[in-house]
Design a protein around this ligand. Structure first.
Ligand code: ADP
Ligand code: MG
Length: 344
């Protein structure tokens, strides 16, 4: 009998986006209403002549995306709504409905699941999102959560990753790297108290960083402000994987390059202090940390003043021609090509 040769490609060879592309590229579109399938923050489905529905889904696994040793279930419930809804905002639309599916491990009781749902409800109330369904099953590997969020908007106001044009300003909300520093602090305290029956970690003075990791806010305010200012971004993405990876997504989709300036990256005082304490690089945290859920978007150059008037938005660079590449410019003028870390 002839020996069968089977090839096995490691996922790390393709990376996360290569893997998604490999698995989904054989799919075509059969429905006229499917406007955008895979490839942006949310799928776009035509509803009527001028309206669209947006759909996005996110999966969270215990041990990969969260650690229940230090992640309070109530905060987790809140965070998954923020994380999933953030992809709708990134299309310049507002989240409206949510489904939450859970795989429940044996160590969780009813009261704990209620706590989780209390967090889901707090976020739903705060952001005006309705829980409309989900699914419940058992899990033997740990707590599993999947959240799907639906939103709608008009065809005219939708913002794709692909619309950035040369000379557009690159804008960012909030600060970067603080959530990542919060995570590192939690990991450090977890290691320090491993095996202790009554751990007493010290978190005073670190509230900002912990809050940014455990209870990030949804930047719905920004989408509202952009609308009020009649400011339509040319492209937008939410920062879930880190500025480097998400800026590269915009550049790739828009077929352009970018220059961002190191000294313009919004990094909080608390992030610098924590980086020093942990002997970590705050710039690496800002570029690759992820978990920020801030919005990264581009606007035409002449919108600079309007952006300034909104407040809380930093202009960190501009879009360039594709062949320039995507570069980080240091204060002494050196240009470092931006690369994204692989599948994590
Ligand atoms: P985000 O970080 O914005 O949540 P992802 O990087 O997870 O987005 O996904 C990028 C794109 O790939 C999205 O359009 C998403 O719907 C799609 N995608 C991701 N995983 C899968 C999958 N397993 N099957 C089909 N589409 C997927
Ligand atoms: Mg996204």
């Amino acid at each position: 009998m002839a020996k069968e040769t089977k090839t096995r490609t490691e996922i790390s060879e393709l990376g996360e986006f290569g893997l998604i592309d490999r698995l989904t590229s054989p799919f075509g579109k059969t429905q006229k209403s499917t406007m955008t399938a895979v490839g942006d923050d949310a799928a776009v489905i035509a509803q009527s002549v001028d309206k669209v529905t947006l759909v996005t889904t996110d999966l969270f696994l215990e041990g990969i995306d969260f650690d229940l040793v230090y992640f309070p279930l109530k905060h987790l419930g809140y965070k998954i709504v923020v994380a999933a809804s953030s992809d709708i905002l990134a299309m310049n639309a507002l989240p409206e409905q949510l489904t939450v599916s859970i795989g429940v491990s044996a160590k969780l009781g009813v009261e704990q699941l209620e706590e989780f749902y209390e967090g889901v409800r707090t976020a739903c109330d705060e952001y005006g999102v309705d829980l409309v369904g989900g699914d419940t099953t058992a899990s033997i590997t740990g707590f599993v959560v999947s959240a799907t969020v639906i939103g709608s908007t008009t065809k005219d106001s939708i913002t794709y990753r692909s619309g950035a044009k040369q000379n557009d300003l690159i804008c960012i909300t909030g600060d970067l790297g603080s959530a990542y520093m919060g995570l590192h602090l939690l990991e450090r305290e977890k290691r320090a108290f491993e095996g202790h029956s009554n751990p007493q970690p010290k978190f005073e003075g670190y509230e900002y960083l912990l809050g940014r990791y455990l209870r990030p806010s949804l930047r719905k305010d920004i989408v509202d402000e952009l609308e009020k200012a009649k400011l339509h971004p040319t492209s937008m993405i939410d920062i879930s994987d880190g500025l480097a990876s998400d800026l590269l997504q915009i550049c790739k989709s828009s077929d352009h390059g970018a220059r961002i300036y190191l000294d313009r990256l919004p990094i909080a005082r608390e992030t610098y202090a924590m980086a020093e304490e942990l002997h970590a690089d705050p710039v690496v945290a800002a570029l690759n940390g992820g978990n920020d859920y801030q919005l990264l978007f581009t606007v035409p150059l002449e919108m600079r003043e309007k952006i300034g008037m909104i407040g809380g938005i930093d202009i960190i660079g501009h879009i360039t021609a594709k062949d320039t590449g995507t570069l980080l410019v240091t204060p002494d003028g050196a240009e470092i090509p931006i690369t994204a870390p692989g599948f994590r």
